[in-house]
Design a protein around this ligand. Structure first.
Ligand code: AMP
Length: 385
């Protein structure tokens, strides 16, 4: 019997545990909150990531450890790694936790990035804005996610407000200023690397965000030239090899004028890969477990076309999704709260036209036409079974 330890007990840990059950795996999840939703499907240890006794106790019960949350302190992962295999390795986790070191690494290994500057002071911000230009975005280097810890600077007149909003963070988690990219699309490549170096990517995913939070994903992203898909896969492979990465990760990319610019990597299974549960031969969750355990990887081909809709703040009525032949429902068992990811739906279909038809019906029935509209547009306004 193999037991996998997971640092972080959110929906990603929950979906990892659910996908590991058919493989005969057991899990131990560590989270500071007794309410962590993975605890509904796997044994939960409630404790602080920084508590060495808790980490040692977890290590004694598991064969390998991984995480569902990139802001788990890298020190906790390093400590755990002295006792048990930790995959991906703690250095990869640490690299991805800091936007500055992450973007510096991207640049070093030839992955194009938007212009960026480290910002350590108010004067430094002025100099960075002069160098990067406007519009630009001031972000915290660490502990930001889902658009949190960001301030958009449209003109030089916004610099004071940006410093007021985030300046206090400069000495705590550091700041980075990035050029604003007027992208045509946001894409992500979800990839997996095995212990023996085998590397696979799922088809590119097209993502739409609202207020910095993922709202919808469509895969395979339609209208992608083969060269672009190959470039994305090659960027991901270089990154995985540079970090000696084992497991699943996502590389988020802006696409502009046929060029890709990297935004960030997530060193874990990723929201833009949730469609793979029903829409691919092997899901990101199963392949992550296969990779960390040294099992053969599964095929990553898409099965038809899939759209994932995120439910933020509250769960809608499931019936319109469940009525669709390819409709799948995921309720994370979390308490509803504004801005919180509480669930998602994936709609899978054999053709873009039938996917569009199902999304139209779901959008209308749930009053979520705005959420499905960009997906329908991307599907070519395909009409409608
Ligand atoms: P992040 O937390 O960096 O993933 O940012 C959340 C979202 O904000 C991204 O998915 C984009 O929609 C937007 N965003 C972040 N950085 C930039 C940028 N440099 N240019 C344009 N949009 C951005």
């Amino acid at each position: 019997m193999t037991t996998v330890g997971i640092l972080g007990g959110g929906q990603l840990a929950r979906m990892l545990a659910l996908s590991g059950a058919p493989l005969g795996l057991r899990f131990q999840v560590l989270d500071p909150s007794a309410e962590a939703c993975a605890g509904q499907v796997a044994p939960l240890v409630v404790g602080d990531y920084g508590d060495r006794a808790v980490l040692d106790e977890l290590a004694s019960r598991v064969d390998v450890a991984t995480f569902d949350f990139e802001n788990v302190p890298a020190d906790a992962a390093r400590h755990l790694a002295t006792v048990v295999d930790v995959r991906p390795n703690p250095a990869a986790l640490a690299a991805a936790q800091d936007r500055l070191s992450e973007k510096t690494l991207f640049r070093q290994i030839g992955i194009p990035v938007p212009a960026f500057q480290d910002v350590a002071s108010r004067e430094g911000l002025d100099a960075a804005v002069a160098s990067v230009g406007t519009p630009c975005i001031l972000k915290t280097r660490r502990l930001g996610y889902d658009g949190k810890g960001q301030f958009r600077i449209r003109t030089a007149g916004d610099v004071d407000a940006a410093w007021q909003a985030l300046g206090a963070q400069a000495g705590l988690v550091g700041l980075i200023l990035e050029a604003f990219v007027p992208f045509e699309r946001e894409l992500s490549v979800v990839a997996v690397r095995a212990r023996d170096g085998e590397f696979r990517t799922w088809p590119l995913t097209w993502n739409w965000h609202v207020d910095g939070v993922l709202s919808a994903s469509l895969a395979p992203a339609p209208g992608i030239e083969p060269g672009l898909a190959a470039a994305a896969a090659s960027h991901a492979r270089r990154l995985a090899e540079a970090l000696d990465y084992v497991g699943v990760f996502a590389l988020e990319l802006f696409c502009r004028d046929g060029e890709l610019l990297a935004n960030e990597m997530a060193p874990r299974v990723h929201n833009s890969g949730h469609w793979t549960i029903e829409g691919a031969q092997t899901s990101q969750f199963e392949n992550h477990l296969r990779a960390v355990l040294g099992l053969p990887l599964g095929a990553t081909d898409a099965i038809g076309h899939a759209c994932m809709l995120n439910w933020i703040g509250e769960m809608p009525d499931p019936a319109p999704v469940l009525r669709e032949a390819g409709g799948h429902w995921h309720d994370y068992g979390k308490q509803a709260r504004p801005g919180r990811k509480v669930g998602h739906a994936t709609v899978r279909a054999d053709t873009p036209e039938s996917l569009a038809g199902a999304l139209e019906r779901i959008g209308a029935a749930l009053g979520r036409q705005a959420q499905v509209a960009p997906v329908l547009e991307a599907l070519g306004g395909a009409s409608l079974s």
